[in-house]
Design a protein around this ligand. Structure first.
Ligand code: AP5
Length: 300
């Protein structure tokens, strides 16, 4: 559930810890090993974080006008050249963000997009837009999405490849959110000659994910993502118009998590040389800071 803006654009076009900061160059990862951000938490630490999240959200006003989504809308995204060209980098950024359902991909994409000026390509948003528009892809995808299952590879791969070939992606770079989700999808990108600078994996335990999914609401006017416990809107009018995604139920998230776990290692295995694992249980601002460091390191 990302921004309405990105949906409009999409409709219109087709485990070892690493011990160094995330600025470590990708080449330091050993074969078969994904680097983790140094603040990665173990399971018991994660449980402690669960207990404290409501407190930080309430205290710090996560979800208010200072959120990433609001920043993104008030400050138009800079061009990729403006942002990264000064560092000596020639090409536009090519980024992949992955993680389980509700791990925070959409939340983080808003600030990544704002900083690097890349085109945000969320396959979930693309598919929801296709379903709403009643396109052939949408009609084929609907029953899978409604049940929480992955849409067949042949339905989604062509859509993504076509979108990546668009001039805006070539000029500004891209941020793939929710793709690739299967080995076949990763292979399809490789066969098409599409490579990335960085593969960011948001690590969040399942028990936290269920809570995030069930409480998520989206503002249909701004596209902003809220959570009824952790980041509810302050404004009564916004509260009244919030929508819940049809696949954001406890029953369906179990199916979605099953699909995620069945495929995630194969996908991560395709990007071991550029993969960085980020602890997604931290506050959104902290997760964002870790991601920015990771991307900056990958782009220089
Ligand atoms: P998609 O829309 O991509 O769903 P998803 O991967 O399940 O991811 P979500 O959008 O649920 O979560 P998110 O990680 O973006 O989290 P968010 O930032 O919103 O896909 C939907 C469906 O489309 C799939 O099930 C499948 O059917 C199909 N599909 C899509 N891509 C496909 C593909 N490649 N192949 C096949 N089928 C495909 O955050 C969640 C909540 O947590 C929010 O309430 C937010 O406020 C809160 N939150 C975020 N960060 C934090 C934090 N750090 N602390 C506390 N709360 C937080």
């Amino acid at each position: 559930m990302k921004s309405i803006l990105s949906i409009a654009v999409l409709i219109s076009s087709a485990n070892a810890f690493f011990t160094q900061p995330s600025a470590v160059a990708p080449s330091t990862a050993k074969a078969g090993e994904t680097r983790r951000h140094p603040t990665h938490l173990n399971a018991s630490k994660n449980r402690r974080k669960v207990a404290s999240r409501t407190t930080w959200s309430e205290a710090r006003g996560y979800g208010t006008a200072t959120s990433a989504a609001a920043v993104s809308e008030s400050d138009p995204s800079p061009s990729a050249a403006d942002v990264v060209g000064v560092g000596g980098r020639k090409a536009a950024p090519r980024l992949i963000i992955a993680g389980a359902p509700a791990s925070g991909k959409g939340t983080q994409c808003e600030s990544i997009k704002a900083k690097y000026g890349v085109v945000h390509l969320s396959t979930g948003d693309m598919l929801r837009a296709a379903v709403s528009a009643g396109t052939d892809v949408g009609m084929r995808a609907k029953e899978y999405m409604d049940s929480g299952r992955l849409v067949p590879d042949e339905v989604i791969i062509g859509v993504v490849k076509e979108r990546l070939n668009s001039p805006d992606c070539a000029e500004s770079g891209w941020l793939l959110d929710g793709f690739p989700r299967t080995l076949e999808q990763a292979n399809a990108l490789a066969e098409a000659g599409v490579s990335a600078d960085c593969f960011i994996f948001l690590n969040v335990p399942d028990e936290i994910l269920v809570e995030r999914v069930v409480g998520r609401r989206t503002d249909p006017v701004t596209g902003k993502i809220y959570h009824m416990t952790f980041s509810p809107p302050d404004d009564e009018e916004i509260l009244k118009r919030l929508e819940q995604r049809s696949d954001d139920t406890e029953e369906k998230v179990k199916v979605r998590l099953g699909q995620f776990h069945a495929n995630v290692e194969a996908v991560r295995g395709s990007y071991t040389d550029i993969a960085v694992e980020v602890d997604g249980t931290q506050r959104p601002e902290e997760v964002s800071a870790m991601i920015m460091k990771t991307i900056d390191a990958a782009l220089t």
